[in-house]
Design a protein around this ligand. Structure first.
Ligand SMILES: [Ca+2]
Ligand SMILES: [Ca+2]
Ligand SMILES: [Ca+2]
Ligand SMILES: [Ca+2]
Length: 325
């Protein structure tokens, strides 16, 4: 399970990423790709009364949310309307399906599944039809991220013995190692112009956020802190990166300039806050928090940290029940 009181190590980090019910909330506005990412430990559908403060999320009307839930006994990818109605199970498979990421045009969803007997990156149509295994490799593959132009998918893979950031064409061809480092490299996120990829790495002894050119050159370390810094997401205008850090004693959300300067703390409470991501227009940040008790819920706040509202209300679930390794 997530180790909340000490520094992260890959042994604790990977099980969290792979087996806790990871909720990736993707808002597709008018078919344009768009993305909230968050993590919901409750793992149940936020339906009806559970979707709180409906009026304040009215600007999300007409948009769809993709997420992961284990309500059917194992991890599945669902899509629902932003008001919680119309949930549809897209994967419906007795194995684990998680880490969904919409293509920029909204027509497809990349995700991870172990239906092949190992964790592979799949792509399916946005209605759940036509899943195709893009990796089909014994090493674990995780956290797919579409390039802004939809032509490529960055992902993390353990095929070389430790996790590396790879990029491949959207049809699965041309997989290329971008990091070549014995440390744990994970969680790629593209700059909106497609020129750079930020990710997290443990190569300097604890989790830091790095950025590199999309071909793997030009590596730059963006954080430099003895605490763990992780879960980077690039802002839609390219100017900022939001991330999670433990530098102030517990998981909080921060934002920095894309160059790593100007760090601002956005959350400030003793509960866990994490897995932030930007709304398509950059006016909101979605994140997960346990501030209202033990259950992890999804919230939306302004980019300056004000105006946080909860948009799910799920019962608490023992996270270890979800562990599969
Ligand atoms: Ca499944
Ligand atoms: Ca590595
Ligand atoms: Ca650090
Ligand atoms: Ca906190």
């Amino acid at each position: 399970m997530w180790n909340r009181n000490s520094r992260l190590d890959p042994a604790s980090f990977i099980p969290f990423l792979f087996s806790r019910a990871r909720l990736r909330v993707v808002l597709a506005a008018g078919g344009a790709g768009a993305i909230f990412t968050a993590c919901d430990n409750g793992g149940r559908l936020p339906v009806g009364p559970d979707l709180v403060m409906t009026q304040k999320v009215a600007d999300l009307a007409g948009q769809q949310i993709a997420f992961v839930t284990d309500r059917d006994g194992n991890s599945e990818i669902y899509v629902m309307n932003a008001d919680g109605t119309g949930p549809v199970n897209l994967t419906n498979n007795p194995t684990f399906d998680f880490n969904p990421d919409w293509s920029p045009d909204g027509s497809k969803i990349a995700f991870v599944s172990n239906r092949s007997g190992q964790d592979d990156i799949f792509v399916m149509n946005a209605d759940g039809t036509g899943p195709v295994n893009l990796t089909n490799h014994a090493g674990r593959d995780a956290t797919p991220a579409w390039s802004p132009d939809g032509s490529k998918i960055a992902f993390a893979t353990e095929r070389d013995g430790n996790f590396e950031i790879y990029v491949m064409n959207a049809d699965g061809t041309g997989a290329t190692n971008l990091t070549h480092n014995l440390a744990f490299d994970f969680w790629p996120t593209w700059s909106p112009d497609g020129s750079k990829i930020a990710f997290l790495s443990q190569r300097d002894g604890n989790f830091e956020i790095y950025a590199m050119n999309a071909d793997g050159t030009g590596l730059v370390r963006l954080t430099n802190n003895v605490a763990d810094d992780f879960e980077p997401r690039w802002s839609p205008d390219g100017s900022k990166i939001v991330f999670t850090s433990r530098r102030d004693g517990n998981d909080e959300i921060y934002v920095m300039d894309a160059a790593g300067t100007g760090v601002v703390r956005l959350t400030n409470n003793t509960a866990l806050d994490g897995t932030p991501d930007w709304s398509p227009d950059g006016t909101k940040i979605a994140f997960a928090s346990e501030r209202d008790g033990g259950a992890r819920e999804i919230y939306v706040m302004n980019p300056d940290g004000t105006g946080a509202i909860r948009i799910t209300n799920n019962p608490a679930v023992d996270i270890d029940r979800r562990r599969r390794r």
